[in-house]
Design a protein around this ligand. Sequence first.
Ligand code: BTN
Length: 250
Amino acid sequence: MNFKNPKINIISLEEVDSTNTYAKNLAKEGMDEGTVVIAKRQTMGRGRLGRKFYSPSGTGIYMSIILKPETDAESILLITTAAAVAVSQAIENVTGKSTLIKWVNDIYMNEKKVCGILCEGSFRDCHTLEYAILGIGINISKPDTPFPDEIKNIAGYILEKDDENIKEKIIEEVIDNFFNLYKNISKKPHLEIYRKRNLLSGKPVNIIQCDEIIDEGVCTGIDDDFAIIITKDNDTIKISSGEVSVKERI
Ligand code: BTN
């Protein structure tokens, strides 16, 4: 694989519990920024909000990037959203298929989730980031064993048939696109593209906290800090963490 950024160092594994956990241990031992752990299969792939990430053998990309940004805790949201843009563009550039970003960092194709992103930070004190692990899971092709019941209505994949060449190209593009944005991350170079690819734009949504719907409204945009803007009657709410889902139309 070839990368524009000379700092990229790939560690390829057949199987691992979670590439995020593996990369976190490396970062703790002092491994450099730009180290990327890629596995063919994860036995305990982790998602946001304590969920599992289904990671069957050979049909997905499971990778984690060690980052050591010289910024504060807020940069986690910038990193995550930049990764979402990097993945969305990579899929489009390599396969020609369009994807959208569901706030905050899921990638959807044809109304199905094809990628999830989990960025975990380790903090020296409350605000200083020691390192961040950017984990990206992409469902490239149809898994040999069907998606588990709890995600079968949500999860999708990009290609009907596995293709190692395409997988490799997507990995290269994701990494190149991401580091291109990351070098100027504090200037938010991805804000406008993120807004254009906002899946929830204009849609009625539920606001969810701890798996409970706590409010509803219509998504009317993304603010300058990547918070989602939700409008209800004449009120506007901005949310910077948590979950929002498209309301079922009856
Ligand atoms: C989500 O959809 O909630 C986030 C999923 C993130 C999955 C990726 S796969 C590579 C990395 N290792 C993990 O254990 N999780 C992330």
